[in-house]
Design a protein around this ligand. Structure first.
Ligand code: PLP
Ligand code: ZN
Length: 411
């Protein structure tokens, strides 16, 4: 009785059976959407759809295309079900009545990527794939390495040698086979695909393996359950997401489309993608009113969203165009400043995590978002992932003589 019924190509709309393909459309290389047995799922009540005693993304197992992966008592069971905060000072600052920040830093390896890796490992177990591989700017690799270690799979990670040291340290500590590529993320991506073909490893790559978006869609279910489901707010919600390859935003869009298909919501929220103006491939297409995504030469300080050619660009673009959202561009200086803004309300974000908040501030000043719009901003990763950027945002602390006079001088 599997809920997983096959795939549909996001480019040519061809359908494939569950065992017909593994990664992308064989005809045009398009990303595949996972199809579920919605009619069968509709027979379940909301109480049966949400497993209340699972404080993790596994509470939505009835809506996932995998069976229960086990792994009880391990970090695999702790991915997702992250907190939402509503910081009044930021609401006041932006002039919004309802603002939530969904904090993904509390995931087991401290980023949103754990959602994808958790579901990916469930799939790996089903197809009996012993070795999993991914290319990563750091977080996807850490998530795969950490959760694979948790349930006894071997992981191979290709990352650019310029990845922040904290992310590389995580990869190493989790015992993955780590290969640092003397090139950028795009080079690591191509190499990992080649290696997965050569050695028969199961490849997790973002915007390549269709199961990553299925993990990421659980954030939409949580936003729905935590802030929308019992809300009396009548205005349409807006969701702000930082975008690199475009798989998080596509996954969140898919989650809301699932909820719509199941009749659990009446409309999909407006979805806003935020990019650095130094890594703007998808925003450029949005601004040009085109579905053709052209590569850029990315240089942003926000390493997790530094991407030349987005691997999930088309679906990421449609997440905004099909929901009445938009793409917003912010300079790196605003991204770094936003780390400090979020820090002042007790939320610690890495640059890519703070990018979505910077995008909201821009959208408010551009009039895209008004006071009555309820907004959810995703902090996608922990500030501990990139300590250098945090120091840049917050400045250095003074060093003083151990005397009370010296203290007085600095107060
Ligand atoms: C991967 C990542 C993103 C961007 O996700 P994409 O799917 O590449 O668009 C944003 N923030 C953080 C912290 C990430 O790790
Ligand atoms: Zn196709």
């Amino acid at each position: 009785m599997s809920k997983f019924t096959g795939y549909r190509c996001s480019v040519c709309a061809a359908n494939y059976g569950p065992d017909e393909v593994t990664y992308t459309c064989p005809v045009d290389g398009g990303n595949l959407d996972v199809l579920l047995d919605y009619e069968g799922i509709k027979e379940l009540s909301v109480d049966d759809l949400i497993l209340q005693d699972e404080p993790s993304l596994w509470r939505y197992l009835p809506l996932l295309p995998v069976s229960n992966p086990g792994g009880y008592g391990t970090p695999l069971r702790a991915a997702g079900w992250t907190p939402v905060f509503s910081p009044t000072p930021l609401e006041e600052k932006l002039g919004l009545k309802n603002l939530w920040i969904k904090d993904e830093s509390s995931n087991p390896t401290a980023s949103f990527k754990d959602r994808a890796s958790a579901v990916l490992l469930a799939r790996a177990r089903e197809i009996e794939a012993e070795i999993v591989v991914t290319a990563s700017t750091g977080n996807a690799g850490a998530a795969l390495a950490g959760l694979a270690a948790a349930v006894g799979h071997k992981a191979v990670i290709f990352a650019p040698k310029t990845a922040p040291p904290a992310k590389i340290a995580q990869l190493q500590v989790f015992g993955a086979k780590v290969l640092l590529v003397d090139g950028n993320y795009d080079a690591a991506f191509d190499l990992s695909v080649q290696a997965s073909k050569e050695f028969g490893w199961y490849c997790r790559n973002t915007g390549y393996n269709p199961f990553t978006a299925e993990g990421k869609k659980t954030a939409a279910f949580e936003i729905w359950e935590q802030v929308m489901k019992d809300s009396s707010i009548e205005h349409q919600f807006s969701i702000f997401v930082s975008v690199g390859d475009g798989n998080i935003i596509s996954g969140i869009h898919k989650g809301f489309k699932d909820l719509l298909e199941l009749g659990l919501i009446e409309a999909v929220p407006r979805i806003f993608g935020v990019q650095s103006d130094e890594s703007a491939a998808i925003a450029n297409a949005f601004n040009a009113g085109s579905e053709e995504i052209k590569p850029v030469s990315a240089t942003t300080r926000a390493d997790s969203i530094s991407v030349d050619m987005p691997r999930d660009g088309l679906r990421a673009l449609r997440a905004a165009t099909q929901t009445g959202g938009a793409y917003v561009l912010v300079p790196d200086s605003e991204i770094i400043a936003s780390i400090a803004e979020l820090g002042k309300v007790g939320i610690f974000a890495e640059p890519a995590g703070a990018t979505s908040y910077a995008g909201l501030a821009k959208a408010v000043s551009d009039g895209l978002i008004g006071p009555d719009d309820p907004v959810v901003v995703m902090n996608t990763g922990s500030g501990l992932k990139d300590v250098k950027a945090a120091m840049q945002a917050a400045g250095e602390a003074p060093i003083i003589e151990p005397t009370i006079e010296a203290v007085k001088q600095f107060l």
